[in-house]
Design a protein around this ligand. Structure first.
Ligand code: HEM
Ligand code: HEM
Length: 177
């Protein structure tokens, strides 16, 4: 299998990034929702710290993924109808918007509280906004609702993939495995 995408299928790099990020994002959503149910404690503080580090990793990976996608062939969906092609492309676009807006709004939550954090001890992630309680609240709302949006969009995306594989029996899912 090629490292780069071809007209028929995704290459190793795009496949690894797709599945690594799928696991990471699902884990972060579950962790974020679990954190919400906890009262203030040292345990919660540690989970929030992990959430920030892995969340920032998701931001670095999606930037790399977008760069890879833009400099590679995007395997055409030629065997799908025009409507299905537009739906699939629109969903991928929405997923990219969410994959950027969620970690950036998370970064804004900590920045507006004037908190920098260490990225696995490698470097300090700086604050990107002034400390501001109104912006802090707004960033929290954006972060939370975009995460709910991701759950919805991802579910539709995964169901569509399974429908193509098991019902239409086309190579859509196999191209990214
Ligand atoms: C794609 C990556 C991420 C996903 C999927 C994600 C998901 C979530 C979810 C589902 C919640 C719970 C909903 C809520 O109460 O807001 C949450 C909370 C939180 N996230 Fe993230 N997050 C990500 C990245 C980040 C990053 C990069 C940071 C900070 C640098 C961050 C900081 C926080 C904080 C501080 C909270 C608690 C907010 C509160 O107290 O209401 N997140 N996240
Ligand atoms: C069980 C989970 C998942 C399944 C079964 C799945 C399946 C697929 C399939 C079949 C494709 C199209 C391959 C083709 O054109 O032949 C695809 C592409 C894509 N998927 Fe998923 N996916 C899953 C999870 C996710 C998640 C969690 C995200 C992001 C939030 C995501 C984002 C994307 C994007 C952006 C593309 C376009 C290609 C790219 O730029 O990497 N997927 N996925």
């Amino acid at each position: 299998m090629n490292f780069k995408n071809t007209v028929d299928r995704f290459g190793v790099i795009a496949i690894c990034l797709h599945w690594l990020m799928a696991v990471l994002l699902i884990g972060l959503v579950i962790l974020g929702l679990y954190m919400k149910t906890l009262n203030a404690s040292m345990f919660k503080l540690n989970l929030v710290y992990w959430h920030k580090e892995f969340g920032f990793l998701a931001l670095l990976l999606v930037a790399l993924r977008l760069l890879w996608r833009l400099t590679n062939i995007d395997p055409p969906l030629k065997f799908l109808s025009r409507f299905q092609q537009i739906s699939a492309k629109s969903m991928h676009f929405i997923l990219y918007i969410l994959m950027f807006s969620i970690p950036i709004s998370g970064w804004m939550i900590t920045s507006t509280a004037n908190l920098s954090f260490s990225f696995f001890g490698l470097f300090t992630v700086p604050v990107i906004t002034p400390a501001d309680p109104t912006l802090h609240k707004l960033a929290k709302v954006i972060h939370e609702w975009c995460a709910y949006g991701l759950i919805g969009a991802f579910s539709l995306h995964a169901l569509a993939a399974l429908q193509h594989h098991f019902i239409y029996k086309d190579p859509i899912l196999r191209r990214i495995l």
